[in-house]
Design a protein around this ligand. Structure first.
Ligand code: PYC
Length: 326
């Protein structure tokens, strides 16, 4: 029997399963190289941890590892039901609050190495975690994509540690449902169709990067917030949290449009009403920002996953719901 020790948490409703021991041994190289090794040699463990019957398409997995960047004290690799993520905002908050729960992290500043680069997490005594994310930017503004059967959507392509299409305009005459969790099936279907149309039209991020997240925006339910979103994740599930990397991409677009200044607060509500607050500093590169996104995670379980060699479903099943590349 193989066992993998995990701690589960949720950040604004979005779950993270952190592997604290029993995960794959990926060596000591840069985290991007370790992701390549995870994918090539240990992908069955990604599937075992995140897919049914132990997980679900909503779950984001996180492998705690030694950092490569010597200025960091921790390293982490995020993954989900279809592939690996460059960065994950809610997952970083989950990582920090989970390690705090285990008594392994105290309030203060912690530098974390991720495949997308170094991020900094400030853990406040209250438990709020403020993640200063990787350099984020809008790659293309006002991109029009024709979606068969729906019409033309217009949006921005932006990077916040993952790639996003942020929808701004809808096809004329399209009946828009409320941005309400009860309407999630409709938004999910549109997101999946937009994502497929982007790929079919050759619309990508920088260097041909596949755009695997689609984000819709509307008015917040709580007027003290600035916006409400719905974020389609790579495997076909929607983010229950406001999405840390998606909020970072949004901040980059707001900055590019001159709609939010450095240091100004942005409160992003999720489709279930959970909130991340964000702000940005001007980034080092032309037109880039360094976003900070803050939220709190709560631990929901500490357990050992058991992988029984006799179990024909020991490495999970499903996991490529909408044909996203893996
Ligand atoms: O919070 O960055 C995030 C995220 C990405 C996918 C799910 N959550």
């Amino acid at each position: 029997m193989d066992t993998i020790d995990v701690i589960d948490s949720h950040t604004g409703g979005e779950p993270t399963r952190l592997i604290v021991s029993g995960g794959p041994e990926l060596g000591r190289g840069p985290l991007r190289e370790r992701v390549a090794r995870f994918r090539a040699e240990f992908d069955h463990l990604r599937r075992a941890v995140t897919l049914e019957p132990r997980g679900s398409e909503v779950l984001v997995g996180a492998l705690l590892c030694e950092p490569y960047d010597e200025t960091c004290s921790l390293g982490v690799i995020f993954f989900n039901n279809v592939d690996y993520l460059g960065m994950c905002g809610h997952g970083t908050i989950g990582l920090v609050n989970s390690l705090q729960h285990l008594g392994e992290l105290e309030a203060g500043t912690h530098c974390i190495d991720t495949p997308a680069g170094k991020v900094t997490a400030e853990l406040a005594p209250s438990g709020v975690v403020s993640v200063r994310n990787v350099e984020s930017y809008r790659w293309a503004a006002g991109v029009r994509v024709e979606v068969p059967g729906l019409g033309a959507f217009v949006g921005d392509v932006a990077y916040g540690g993952n790639w996003f299409f942020l929808v701004q305009l809808y096809p004329d005459g399209l009946d828009l449902p409320d941005l309400d969790v009860g309407q999630h099936a409709r938004w999910t279907e549109w997101g999946v169709r937009i994502r497929a149309a982007l790929a079919a039209s050759g619309i990508t991020g920088e260097e041909g990067a596949y755009i695997d997240h689609v984000e819709f925006f509307g008015a917040p339910e709580d007027p003290s917030n600035d916006s409400r979103n719905f974020v389609l994740c790579p495997g076909g599930a929607f983010d229950r949290s406001p999405c840390g990397t998606g909020t970072s991409a949004k901040l980059a677009c707001l900055a590019a449009d001159g709609m939010l200044g450095p240091g100004e607060r942005w409160a992003q509500e999720s489709i279930i009403g959970s909130v991340f607050t964000g702000s940005y500093e001007v980034g080092p590169g032309p037109g880039t920002v360094l976003p900070t996104v803050a939220g709190t995670a709560f631990v929901t379980a500490r357990s050992s996953l058991v992988i029984d060699p006799r179990d024909p479903l020991r490495h999970g099943f499903g996991g490529s719901a909408d044909g996203a590349p893996s």
